[in-house]
Write a protein that binds this ligand. Structure first.
Ligand SMILES: C[S@@+](CC[C@H](N)C(=O)[O-])C[C@H]1O[C@@H](n2cnc3c(N)ncnc32)[C@H](O)[C@@H]1O
Length: 227
Protein backbone atom coordinates (compact mmCIF):
# COMPACT_ATOMS: atom_id res chain seq x y z
CA UNK A 1 0.00 0.00 0.00
CA UNK A 2 1.22 3.52 -0.79
CA UNK A 3 2.32 5.46 2.26
CA UNK A 4 -0.04 8.47 2.76
CA UNK A 5 1.79 11.73 2.03
CA UNK A 6 1.28 14.62 4.46
CA UNK A 7 1.69 17.75 2.41
CA UNK A 8 4.35 20.44 2.57
CA UNK A 9 1.62 22.94 3.52
CA UNK A 10 2.87 23.45 7.07
CA UNK A 11 6.30 24.51 5.73
CA UNK A 12 4.95 27.03 3.20
CA UNK A 13 5.81 30.16 5.18
CA UNK A 14 9.15 28.91 6.52
CA UNK A 15 10.39 27.09 3.43
CA UNK A 16 12.45 29.92 1.91
CA UNK A 17 13.92 30.94 5.28
CA UNK A 18 14.93 27.35 6.09
CA UNK A 19 16.73 26.83 2.80
CA UNK A 20 18.62 30.13 3.15
CA UNK A 21 19.64 29.33 6.73
CA UNK A 22 20.92 25.91 5.65
CA UNK A 23 22.49 26.63 2.25
CA UNK A 24 22.55 30.39 1.66
CA UNK A 25 21.60 31.11 -1.94
CA UNK A 26 22.80 27.75 -3.31
CA UNK A 27 19.30 26.36 -3.87
CA UNK A 28 18.20 29.56 -5.61
CA UNK A 29 21.26 29.41 -7.88
CA UNK A 30 20.58 25.72 -8.57
CA UNK A 31 16.94 26.46 -9.53
CA UNK A 32 17.80 29.21 -11.98
CA UNK A 33 21.08 27.87 -13.39
CA UNK A 34 19.71 26.86 -16.80
CA UNK A 35 16.50 28.92 -16.88
CA UNK A 36 17.65 30.82 -20.05
CA UNK A 37 17.82 27.45 -21.87
CA UNK A 38 14.01 27.26 -21.58
CA UNK A 39 13.34 30.63 -23.22
CA UNK A 40 12.04 29.01 -26.44
CA UNK A 41 9.55 26.73 -24.63
CA UNK A 42 5.85 27.40 -25.22
CA UNK A 43 4.17 24.63 -23.20
CA UNK A 44 5.73 23.78 -19.86
CA UNK A 45 4.85 21.44 -17.00
CA UNK A 46 6.18 22.04 -13.47
CA UNK A 47 5.85 19.16 -11.00
CA UNK A 48 6.00 20.07 -7.30
CA UNK A 49 6.40 23.81 -7.96
CA UNK A 50 6.26 24.80 -4.31
CA UNK A 51 5.87 28.48 -3.40
CA UNK A 52 6.14 29.98 -6.91
CA UNK A 53 9.65 31.46 -6.85
CA UNK A 54 10.76 29.52 -9.92
CA UNK A 55 7.39 29.97 -11.64
CA UNK A 56 7.58 33.76 -11.30
CA UNK A 57 10.98 33.98 -13.02
CA UNK A 58 9.95 31.48 -15.70
CA UNK A 59 6.74 33.44 -16.38
CA UNK A 60 8.71 36.70 -16.63
CA UNK A 61 11.09 35.10 -19.11
CA UNK A 62 8.37 33.27 -21.13
CA UNK A 63 5.25 35.47 -20.64
CA UNK A 64 3.26 33.90 -23.47
CA UNK A 65 4.09 30.28 -22.60
CA UNK A 66 1.37 28.06 -21.19
CA UNK A 67 2.63 26.78 -17.84
CA UNK A 68 0.89 24.03 -15.85
CA UNK A 69 1.85 23.60 -12.19
CA UNK A 70 0.95 20.45 -10.31
CA UNK A 71 1.47 20.26 -6.56
CA UNK A 72 -0.04 18.16 -3.80
CA UNK A 73 -0.14 21.02 -1.30
CA UNK A 74 -3.05 23.47 -1.48
CA UNK A 75 -1.09 25.93 0.67
CA UNK A 76 1.96 25.84 -1.60
CA UNK A 77 -0.28 26.41 -4.63
CA UNK A 78 -2.05 29.29 -2.89
CA UNK A 79 1.33 30.88 -2.08
CA UNK A 80 2.48 30.46 -5.69
CA UNK A 81 -0.74 32.05 -7.01
CA UNK A 82 -0.45 34.94 -4.56
CA UNK A 83 3.17 35.55 -5.62
CA UNK A 84 2.25 35.55 -9.30
CA UNK A 85 -0.75 37.84 -8.80
CA UNK A 86 1.40 40.27 -6.80
CA UNK A 87 4.55 40.28 -8.97
CA UNK A 88 3.54 38.73 -12.30
CA UNK A 89 2.29 40.41 -15.45
CA UNK A 90 -1.54 40.66 -15.10
CA UNK A 91 -1.96 40.53 -18.89
CA UNK A 92 -0.46 37.07 -19.20
CA UNK A 93 -1.51 35.42 -15.92
CA UNK A 94 -4.23 33.52 -17.81
CA UNK A 95 -1.42 31.40 -19.31
CA UNK A 96 -0.76 29.85 -15.89
CA UNK A 97 -2.70 26.82 -14.68
CA UNK A 98 -2.59 25.35 -11.17
CA UNK A 99 -3.72 21.87 -10.24
CA UNK A 100 -3.72 20.24 -6.83
CA UNK A 101 -2.98 16.56 -7.32
CA UNK A 102 -0.71 13.71 -6.30
CA UNK A 103 1.62 13.22 -9.22
CA UNK A 104 1.49 9.46 -8.69
CA UNK A 105 -2.24 9.44 -9.50
CA UNK A 106 -2.44 11.47 -12.69
CA UNK A 107 -2.07 10.64 -16.35
CA UNK A 108 -1.07 13.36 -18.82
CA UNK A 109 -1.33 13.41 -22.63
CA UNK A 110 1.64 12.22 -24.67
CA UNK A 111 3.92 14.45 -26.81
CA UNK A 112 2.58 17.64 -25.25
CA UNK A 113 5.24 19.64 -23.39
CA UNK A 114 8.39 21.45 -24.53
CA UNK A 115 9.73 21.16 -21.00
CA UNK A 116 9.07 19.26 -17.78
CA UNK A 117 10.55 20.79 -14.64
CA UNK A 118 11.29 18.97 -11.38
CA UNK A 119 13.23 21.07 -8.88
CA UNK A 120 13.89 19.54 -5.46
CA UNK A 121 10.85 17.36 -6.04
CA UNK A 122 11.91 13.87 -7.15
CA UNK A 123 13.98 13.48 -3.97
CA UNK A 124 10.65 13.15 -2.11
CA UNK A 125 10.08 9.68 -3.61
CA UNK A 126 11.54 6.21 -3.21
CA UNK A 127 13.12 4.36 -6.12
CA UNK A 128 9.95 2.57 -7.16
CA UNK A 129 7.86 5.78 -7.26
CA UNK A 130 10.65 7.74 -8.99
CA UNK A 131 10.84 5.12 -11.73
CA UNK A 132 7.07 5.13 -12.16
CA UNK A 133 6.81 8.95 -12.19
CA UNK A 134 9.62 9.42 -14.71
CA UNK A 135 8.51 6.61 -17.02
CA UNK A 136 4.94 7.94 -16.89
CA UNK A 137 5.93 11.57 -17.54
CA UNK A 138 8.68 11.14 -20.16
CA UNK A 139 6.18 10.26 -22.94
CA UNK A 140 4.42 13.60 -22.26
CA UNK A 141 7.54 15.43 -23.45
CA UNK A 142 7.68 16.28 -27.11
CA UNK A 143 10.54 14.90 -29.14
CA UNK A 144 13.52 17.21 -28.47
CA UNK A 145 11.84 18.60 -25.32
CA UNK A 146 13.76 19.33 -22.13
CA UNK A 147 13.60 17.78 -18.67
CA UNK A 148 15.03 20.31 -16.23
CA UNK A 149 15.99 18.66 -12.95
CA UNK A 150 17.72 19.86 -9.79
CA UNK A 151 18.07 17.97 -6.52
CA UNK A 152 20.27 16.94 -3.67
CA UNK A 153 22.66 14.13 -4.46
CA UNK A 154 25.25 11.86 -2.84
CA UNK A 155 28.82 12.31 -4.18
CA UNK A 156 30.71 9.05 -4.65
CA UNK A 157 33.75 9.41 -2.38
CA UNK A 158 36.05 11.49 -0.20
CA UNK A 159 35.16 14.28 2.20
CA UNK A 160 32.37 15.43 -0.12
CA UNK A 161 30.66 12.06 0.26
CA UNK A 162 31.08 12.19 4.06
CA UNK A 163 29.73 15.75 4.27
CA UNK A 164 26.76 14.90 2.00
CA UNK A 165 25.87 11.79 4.05
CA UNK A 166 25.53 13.94 7.17
CA UNK A 167 23.46 16.63 5.41
CA UNK A 168 21.19 14.10 3.69
CA UNK A 169 20.58 12.18 6.91
CA UNK A 170 19.53 15.42 8.63
CA UNK A 171 17.39 16.60 5.70
CA UNK A 172 15.53 13.30 5.42
CA UNK A 173 14.98 13.15 9.19
CA UNK A 174 13.51 16.64 9.09
CA UNK A 175 11.32 16.26 6.00
CA UNK A 176 10.03 12.83 7.00
CA UNK A 177 9.05 14.28 10.39
CA UNK A 178 7.42 17.39 8.93
CA UNK A 179 5.90 16.09 5.70
CA UNK A 180 5.98 12.30 5.87
CA UNK A 181 7.66 11.97 2.46
CA UNK A 182 8.13 8.34 1.46
CA UNK A 183 11.84 8.59 0.56
CA UNK A 184 14.44 7.67 3.17
CA UNK A 185 17.48 8.35 1.02
CA UNK A 186 18.54 9.79 -2.35
CA UNK A 187 17.82 7.57 -5.36
CA UNK A 188 19.85 7.65 -8.62
CA UNK A 189 17.45 9.92 -10.49
CA UNK A 190 19.86 10.72 -13.29
CA UNK A 191 20.18 7.04 -14.20
CA UNK A 192 16.39 6.73 -14.28
CA UNK A 193 16.11 9.78 -16.57
CA UNK A 194 18.72 8.26 -18.89
CA UNK A 195 16.86 4.91 -18.93
CA UNK A 196 13.87 6.86 -20.26
CA UNK A 197 15.68 8.05 -23.39
CA UNK A 198 16.66 11.41 -21.94
CA UNK A 199 20.10 12.69 -22.87
CA UNK A 200 22.17 14.81 -20.47
CA UNK A 201 23.03 18.15 -22.15
CA UNK A 202 24.61 20.04 -19.26
CA UNK A 203 25.02 19.99 -15.50
CA UNK A 204 26.43 22.00 -12.65
CA UNK A 205 27.21 21.02 -9.04
CA UNK A 206 27.10 23.19 -5.92
CA UNK A 207 27.80 22.76 -2.21
CA UNK A 208 30.68 20.31 -2.84
CA UNK A 209 28.50 18.11 -5.04
CA UNK A 210 25.55 17.95 -2.65
CA UNK A 211 23.32 19.95 -5.01
CA UNK A 212 23.13 19.33 -8.74
CA UNK A 213 21.27 21.00 -11.63
CA UNK A 214 20.89 19.25 -14.97
CA UNK A 215 19.29 19.84 -18.34
CA UNK A 216 18.18 16.72 -20.23
CA UNK A 217 16.71 16.44 -23.69
CA UNK A 218 14.37 13.83 -25.09
CA UNK A 219 15.80 12.06 -28.11
CA UNK A 220 14.55 13.62 -31.35
CA UNK A 221 12.82 11.31 -33.78
CA UNK A 222 15.16 10.89 -36.73
CA UNK A 223 13.67 11.84 -40.08
CA UNK A 224 13.74 8.88 -42.43
CA UNK A 225 15.40 9.85 -45.69
CA UNK A 226 14.30 8.45 -49.04
CA UNK A 227 17.00 6.36 -50.78
C1 LIG B 1 10.83 20.09 -1.45
S1 LIG B 1 9.48 20.94 -2.16
C2 LIG B 1 10.21 21.68 -3.59
C3 LIG B 1 9.48 22.91 -4.04
C4 LIG B 1 10.13 23.69 -5.21
N1 LIG B 1 10.09 22.94 -6.45
C5 LIG B 1 11.54 24.12 -4.91
O1 LIG B 1 12.34 24.19 -5.84
O2 LIG B 1 11.82 24.43 -3.76
C6 LIG B 1 8.54 19.64 -2.86
C7 LIG B 1 7.23 20.09 -3.46
O3 LIG B 1 6.62 18.96 -4.07
C8 LIG B 1 5.27 18.86 -3.64
N2 LIG B 1 4.93 17.43 -3.61
C9 LIG B 1 5.39 16.49 -2.75
N3 LIG B 1 4.86 15.29 -3.02
C10 LIG B 1 4.05 15.47 -4.09
C11 LIG B 1 3.21 14.60 -4.85
N4 LIG B 1 3.12 13.30 -4.55
N5 LIG B 1 2.52 15.12 -5.90
C12 LIG B 1 2.61 16.43 -6.21
N6 LIG B 1 3.37 17.31 -5.50
C13 LIG B 1 4.07 16.83 -4.45
C14 LIG B 1 5.23 19.51 -2.28
O4 LIG B 1 3.94 19.97 -1.93
C15 LIG B 1 6.24 20.64 -2.44
O5 LIG B 1 5.65 21.82 -2.92
Amino acid sequence: MTRPLKTFGRLTRLYQLLEVLAFGNSLAKARFAFLPDLSHCRKILILGEGDGRFLLQLHKQNPTATIECIDLSAKMLAKAKERLHTHGNPETLANLHFRQADIRDIILPENTYDAIITLFFLDCFNQDSSEKIISKMAPSLQSGGHWYWADFRQPAKGWRAFRARIWLAMLYQFFRWQTNIEATHIVPTESILKQNKLILLKSINRQAGLIRTTLFQKESKKLSRPD
